[in-house]
Write a protein that binds this ligand. Structure first.
Ligand SMILES: *[C@@H]1O[C@H](CO)[C@@H](O)[C@H](O)[C@H]1NC(C)=O
Ligand SMILES: *[C@@H]1O[C@H](CO)[C@@H](O)[C@H](O)[C@H]1NC(C)=O
Length: 325
């Protein structure tokens, strides 16, 4: 047996150990598909969990715990968004927050492969289907030729300011602010907080989470969708990256200190075992499970279509100052 054989075995073992570094998602019960770009929140009044997802008026699922059993519970925008763009009946990437007694749900109206996009908002005091008021566009919009694409909104409130992180595929991740009403753009010029210059990798689906001394910028890097008809080169499918910063506006850096605006980013979760293309993530502090990363992924035993994607939940270990799942 040659030395190169041993080297190959050693490499294979190392790769096995590396890929085993991710835990499997917690078991999910009930309806766990129809969960593309999930947003999770627990209703304050009765502790019921709500899950919102991309597509067809934003489907709602509810459960008694974060891992289910999830049941179908209607839609947010049953007759589509009032935003007058292609895709108004197929809103994307919900992001839900509870502020001062009202639930705010941000969403995007766009169509695949275009920059004709807008970020909209709907509100409800209960989260239930049939109680949502659509306020239409926040005026955070984009058009062909802009540096960014106005999709994948995420709100974080810091010192009385409402930061909206969004984008993008084009130009990657940007940030701006909303007015104090939480429904309209402040008109402050969006600035970039993340860019991957290595072609063809797009970044999108950002989620900013604050814990300890840092703001953590999670984002989905790679190709998101349509894996049933065409799959990207291995490694270019969705995966979850993170950078961190002591201020919400940046500069975000990865674990090696590389700027997130110069292709930096530390891998949090990639494909492993039966998990393929995890992304569309968020972070939630659950009463039972603690701090969790939630996301959608393809279970290769189920199917690669966008509707087949299932809800993934992994506990996050923050002990090193970086999220480990
Ligand atoms: C940037 O894109 C390249 C491929 O084009 C990919 O391999 C790499 O993981 C991406 N980096 C980040 C931080 O997303
Ligand atoms: C979810 O799975 C069920 C059962 O397999 C299936 O009938 C349904 O069409 C799926 N939902 C989506 C959105 O694909």
């Amino acid at each position: 047996m040659s030395r190169s054989f041993f080297r190959a075995v050693f490499l294979a073992l190392t790769l096995t150990v590396l890929s085993a570094a991710f835990s499997n998602p917690l078991p999910c019960k009930g309806v766990c598909n129809d969960t593309h770009d999930p947003s999770l929140i627990r209703r304050t009044s009765d502790g019921k969990y709500f899950r919102f997802a991309t597509g067809g008026g934003i489907d709602i699922h509810t459960a008694s715990s974060i891992t289910g059993p999830w049941v179908s519970a209607g839609k947010v925008l049953a007759s589509g968004s009032s935003i007058n763009n292609p895709g108004a009946d197929d809103a994307w990437a919900p992001d839900v927050h509870y502020v001062g007694g009202t639930y705010y749900l941000y969403y995007a109206v766009s169509s695949f492969g275009t920059q004709t996009s807008a970020i909209g908002v709907a509100t409800s005091t209960t989260l239930d289907s049939g109680t949502w008021t659509d306020h239409g566009s926040t005026s955070v919009t984009s058009k062909t030729g802009d540096d960014y694409n106005a999709i994948d909104p995420n709100l974080i409130q810091v010192s009385g300011k409402n930061y909206l992180t969004f984008g993008s595929f084009w130009g990657d991740i940007y940030q701006t602010t909303l007015s104090s009403n939480l429904e309209t753009w402040s008109k402050s010029t969006p600035y970039r907080i993340e860019l991957n210059t290595t072609s063809p990798q797009p970044s999108e689906g950002a989620y900013v989470y604050h814990t300890g001394s840092y703001y953590y910028l999670f984002f989905s890097s790679g190709s998101c969708c349509g894996y049933d008809t065409s799959r990207p080169a291995p490694g270019n499918e969705y995966k979850i990256m993170v950078c961190r910063s002591t201020t919400v506006t940046g500069g975000y850096v990865d674990k090696n200190g590389k700027a997130c605006t110069s292709s930096g980013g530390t891998l949090v979760l990639g494909s492993h075992g039966v998990v393929y293309g995890p992304g569309g993530q968020g972070v939630y502090d659950d009463l039972v499970e603690g701090s969790v990363l939630y996301y959608h992924y393809v279970d290769t035993n189920i199917g690669y279509a966008d509707g087949d994607k299932v809800l993934g939940i992994n506990k996050i270990d923050w002990s090193t100052g970086w999220p480990v799942v």
